[in-house]
Design a protein around this ligand. Structure first.
Ligand code: PDD
Length: 286
């Protein structure tokens, strides 16, 4: 069955949704995005994702005059029309149709291109990978330096995922100046002697919405959190590791560059945080 997607004010069957070959998103990767998870037909962390979207737009001087209420109405309409239970909603805003290829931004007033669609993932919260834990390799972080802006320029992240797949592992961690920045599409953490260690916020990493919530929940559960960079060697000597993202929540990591962590099974802190996150985020889902 074809999905109903949203494009520039219209709800259309996916086959009918078309964007210009001159769209800045297509030609220049000039676009920002958000992924909001859906569990039981409800949106998780909606406000957080919209706040970050507004920030990404602002940082790139992109104008998109859609209010929070309108964003919510579009998300809800897509959930309804596609009868989505578990999965997510992908949202993308580009700088619009420039009329031709040009490095300069199109004139002020050029309307942005706005696309949203649902992605169904039945049983998303019960991903068997979370039971087993995943394995990561490290790769140099060769991305641009404004990783705090959620742009669609994801080619290097995609290359990193392919490198992990070729190595027979599930994901990749980026390393810069000897320290882990983040995962290919997630924020990462190690646990040592009960302390949760994760890189502090800066332009070096995406300010994960899941990260913010998980750190708050960890503190509320009396867990100690230290925000500082860590190395691969430290990760390999850690008791546990995990990553967070909107689409995977809290995902235990059991191996880093071929070295098994702790018992080689998801650790208690990762497992507990996953439970807490799923429980608590369901309470604020809308
Ligand atoms: N990725 N870091 C990077 C580089 C990411 O791409 C993501 C999210 C995160 C986690 O952010 P959040 O908790 O807000 O999802 C960190 C999304 C899920 C994606 O690209 O599909």
């Amino acid at each position: 069955m074809s999905r109903i997607v949203y494009l520039n004010g219209e709800y259309l069957p996916e086959e009918e949704a078309q964007v210009s070959i001159f769209d800045r998103g297509f030609v220049m990767g000039d676009a920002v995005y958000e992924v909001t998870s859906v569990l039981g037909g409800k949106l998780l962390e909606f406000e957080g994702h919209m706040t970050r979207l507004e920030r990404s737009l602002r940082e790139l001087e992109m104008v998109c005059e859609i209010s929070r209420e309108e964003w919510l109405a579009i998300h809800r309409e897509l959930l309804k029309r596609n009868e989505l239970v578990d999965g997510g909603i992908y949202l993308q805003v580009t700088r619009g149709n420039a009329g031709d290829r040009d490095f300069h931004y199109p004139p002020a007033g050029t309307p942005p291109t706005v696309v949203l669609y649902t992605q169904s993932k039945p049983g998303l919260a019960n991903d068997p990978k979370a039971e087993k834990g995943i394995r990561v390799i490290s790769v140099p972080d060769l991305r641009w330096h404004r990783r705090d802006i959620k742009t669609v320029q994801l080619l290097y992240a995609s290359m990193a995922k392919m490198a992990a797949e070729k190595a027979g592992k599930e994901d990749a961690w980026f390393v810069e100046d000897g320290f882990v920045t983040e995962g290919s599409s997630n924020n990462c953490y190690i646990v040592k002697d009960g302390k949760i260690i994760t890189r502090q916020l800066s332009n070096d990493i995406l300010h994960g919405i899941t990260r913010a919530s998980v750190l708050k929940m960890a503190a509320e559960a009396q867990m100690e959190v230290v925000e500082r960079p860590f190395t691969i060697a430290e990760a390999q000597a850690a008791d546990e590791a995990f990553y967070t993202s909107a689409s995977a929540f809290v995902m235990p990591i059991v191996e880093v560059d071929g070295v098994e962590l702790g018992t080689g099974k998801p650790g208690p802190v990762s497992k507990r945080l996953r439970e807490i996150y799923l429980e608590e985020s369901a309470k604020t889902a809308i």
